[in-house]
Design a protein around this ligand. Structure first.
Ligand SMILES: NC(=O)c1ccc[n+]([C@@H]2O[C@H](COP(=O)([O-])OP(=O)(O)OC[C@H]3O[C@@H](n4cnc5c(N)ncnc54)[C@H](OP(=O)(O)O)[C@@H]3O)[C@@H](O)[C@H]2O)c1
Length: 267
């Protein structure tokens, strides 16, 4: 896989996260090519990651074994027009654009493109992403996508494209749910008398620790919660109040709302 030429159309935040991961994993800079309209952005990426940069998308597409579509969803249709004639026949096309279906990309690129649709999330920026991929294309293309995505976190597959709405609601939008919790914990810590900086650190490090336990422990989230909840103790007092105030129902309905919104946006 390290021999693959990986081209990015769009050199924004998510592309940078993937490029940083690839470089950390030892993928050579000269095997990475980025196309972006902004000269400043190209200069930054070339200097920071020693990658090749170009202004013309078709130059990047022509070089690609693996083409990563990393522009905003609304920029996709225009960017893909005329691109397929430059693609190698066995190139893999990986889209990280939220909400753009495989069928839409197939239509814009022309049939025969080997498309893998991915829902990444922002923790990819710190190497702890959760990416979910769907594809009707062959194993080779899914394996290439996994190689790319595992450079900045975890990657798993779903078998049905319709599951991407639930995926978006869980891991795509999910970081914001944890940020909200941290925000409220921090603000309340301040109200209870802690300096802002200390409250922020306590909330952030607690989130990191709880996340690591969730990922690394053999126990379920429910078991881990029971483990830290002594009967009649402080945690019990907090959780009783959170249940009484409807926190689980609010989270449930929030996740369902995100999934419905994803369906609406897909049209
Ligand atoms: N960031 C997230 O949290 C997140 C999470 C999951 C999925 N995603 C998906 O990741 C994709 C990229 O998001 P992002 O946050 O990285 O966006 P971004 O920072 O705006 O990056 C997009 C880049 O593509 C460039 N671009 C626009 N049109 C182009 C074209 N025709 N050809 C080549 N490059 C073009 C943009 O240049 P201009 O600035 O000049 O337009 C910009 O540099 C989106 O589709 C988004 O849905 C993002």
């Amino acid at each position: 896989m390290q021999d693959l030429t990986i081209a990015f159309i769009g050199g924004g935040n998510m592309a940078e996260a993937l490029i940083a991961g690839l470089r950390r994993a030892g993928h050579a800079g000269e095997k990475i090519i980025v196309s972006d309209p902004q000269q400043q952005r190209r200069k930054f990426l070339a200097e920071q990651y020693l990658v090749r940069t170009v202004e013309d998308n078709s130059v990047a597409a022509a070089a690609a074994d693996l083409l990563v579509l990393a522009m905003k969803p609304q920029q996709m249709k225009d960017a893909l027009a005329g691109l397929s004639e430059h693609l190698k026949a066995d190139a893999s096309v990986i889209s990280i654009a939220a909400g753009v279906s495989s069928a839409a990309m197939q239509e814009w690129l022309g049939s025969g493109a080997n498309i893998v649709r991915v829902m990444p999330n922002t923790p990819a920026l710190v190497g702890a992403g959760m990416s979910v991929l769907f594809s009707d294309a062959g194993e080779l293309h899914k394996a290439r996508a996994e190689y790319l995505l595992k450079a900045c976190g975890e990657a798993v597959r779903v078998e049905k494209e319709a599951q991407m709405h639930a995926v978006t609601a869980l891991s795509g939008s999910g970081p914001a749910y944890f940020f909200l919790l941290a925000e409220v914990m921090q603000a309340t810590g301040e109200k209870l008398g802690l300096p802002a900086e200390l409250a922020a650190k306590l909330a952030a490090q607690t989130a990191l620790g709880a996340g690591k336990m969730l990922v690394e422990s053999d126990r379920t989230s429910e078991q881990l919660r029971h483990q830290v909840t002594s009967p009649g103790g402080t945690t019990q007092a907090a959780l009783d109040m959170m249940y009484e105030m409807g926190l689980p129902a609010a989270v449930r309905q929030g996740v369902v709302a995100a999934s419905k919104r994803s369906e609406e946006l897909a049209g």
